[in-house]
Design a binder for this molecule. Structure first.
Ligand code: AMP
Length: 402
């Protein structure tokens, strides 16, 4: 029997999953990946093989009330039906917030789960959805080992000063500090960079995770020393629908002068801002690029995105004391040659020269000359969760055996 694990990434109405085979010692190997979306409404399930071919698909009517619990049990049943020679041994979960306490992935028990629930106010739009499947599995598959893998832990290496807000000390004691997110993505990039460029892996590197969520991370020898997201996943770069860094005074204006409730203000900042808010058209870079010539607001949204990336890169170059390399990853970073070219052109002052032909074909190396090296490296957060889940499990088994 090949042991397998499920990696889950749960959102408010979606459940993304990947199933990994875990051959002895070797890297976990993807077997299937899929998604439930429209949970609580018009739910839909799709599962694909490693080549992207659809293996199975199903839709439910709204009356059938497919929630996270039913979706998860459907997935377990689907797996049992298709697993041939495989045995489910654990479930790894993406959990957005590990707070100050969880600096590494952890085997979940009741006390861990309670500690993670305490962090809900720090990430109210993500944490509850991430924790729900953990509770469901504890109830429906008691004894199934579950590992929580955090978006924050990779940034625990930041110095105290890098995580500090200039606020009264009591605020820090309440957990108000910079954490940083997208850590699973940065962990993956740091882990593979040596295969692309061993010298660069030891150097001063800025990773640009540019997807629907977007942030930058400064790596020194593969370790995070600074990042653009802070207390919440709202900070830093403008994103698909999130505003990125804004003056805190704007929030007071929204509450006091515009008489918005905190919930309404939060909704605007998380779901109606960013590329969508500025363009008035879409949060999707493909749509904005297609309309940029004809629609001035689409062009402004892209220009602001690139401008903010360049300003934040400047800040991280200062934190690193220089720059040896820049890595583009995630949906926009991996696929949008125009964004990469615009960012590269704004970094000519740092000696960066784009190889335009390599950029147009996706690299992986897209720079030329003696300046900073620039690479396009596809991220793989699920593989990091699979790796972390396996290593937490083996550590637990070793502890039990000794
Ligand atoms: P992610 O959150 O990493 O899945 O990235 C999703 C985003 O990547 C989408 O909303 C698009 O804005 C962007 N994206 C995906 N494919 C392309 C593409 N071919 N060209 C430009 N942007 C893309």
């Amino acid at each position: 029997m090949t042991p397998v694990l499920i990696v889950l990434n749960a959102g408010s109405s979606s459940l993304k999953f990947q199933v990994f085979d875990m051959p002895d010692e070797a890297e976990p190997r993807l077997a299937w990946k899929g998604l439930y979306e429209g949970l609580g409404g018009d739910a839909h399930f799709i599962v694909r093989d490693t080549n992207g071919a659809i293996l199975d698909e199903r839709s439910w009517d709204p009356g059938e009330e497919l929630g996270h619990e039913e979706a998860l049990m459907h997935l377990i049943a689907w797996l049992r039906e298709h697993q041939e020679g495989r045995k489910l041994v654990a479930i790894g979960h993406r959990v957005v917030h590990g707070g100050a306490a969880f600096s590494s992935p952890v085997l979940v028990d009741e006390s861990v789960l309670q500690s993670l629930e305490v962090l809900v106010p720090l990430a109210p739009l993500h944490q509850p959805h991430n924790l729900e499947p953990i509770r469901i599995v504890r109830r429906r598959l008691p004894g199934m080992p579950q590992v929580a893998c955090f978006d924050t832990s990779f940034h625990q290496s930041q110095s105290d000063i890098a995580t500090l807000f200039a606020l009264p000390r009591e605020m820090r004691e309440r957990g108000v500090r910079r954490y940083g997110f997208h850590g699973l993505s940065y962990d993956y990039i740091a882990s593979v960079l040596k295969h692309y460029d061993p010298r660069l892996a030891e150097g001063r590197v800025i990773v640009a995770h540019l997807g629907n969520g977007a942030s930058l991370c400064a790596l020194q020898g593969g370790v995070s020393i600074a990042t653009t997201m802070g207390f919440s996943a709202l900070d830093g770069l403008p994103m698909g629908t999130r505003c990125g860094a804004i003056d805190a005074g704007v929030v007071f204006f929204m509450l006091r002068e515009m008489k918005l409730s905190p919930e309404a203000a939060e909704r605007i900042l998380y779901t109606e801002s960013g590329l969508l808010g500025v363009s008035g058209l879409s949060n999707d870079m493909r749509v904005l690029r297609a309309n940029a010539a004809a629609n001035v607001d689409s062009r402004r949204a892209i220009d602001l995105f690139v401008y903010r990336i360049l300003r934040e890169i400047g800040s991280l170059v200062a934190a690193l004391g220089g720059i040896d390399g820049l890595i583009f990853t995630a949906g926009i970073g991996e696929n949008d040659a125009a964004t990469r070219a615009e960012v590269a052109s704004g970094l000519a002052w740092a000696g960066l020269t784009l190889d335009e032909r390599a950029n147009s074909t996706g690299g992986p190396r897209i720079s030329t000359g003696a300046g900073p090296d620039v690479w396009v490296i596809p991220t793989n957060e699920e593989l990091v969760i699979a790796r972390q889940t396996r290593s937490v499990l083996s550590a637990a088994q070793t502890r039990l055996a000794s």
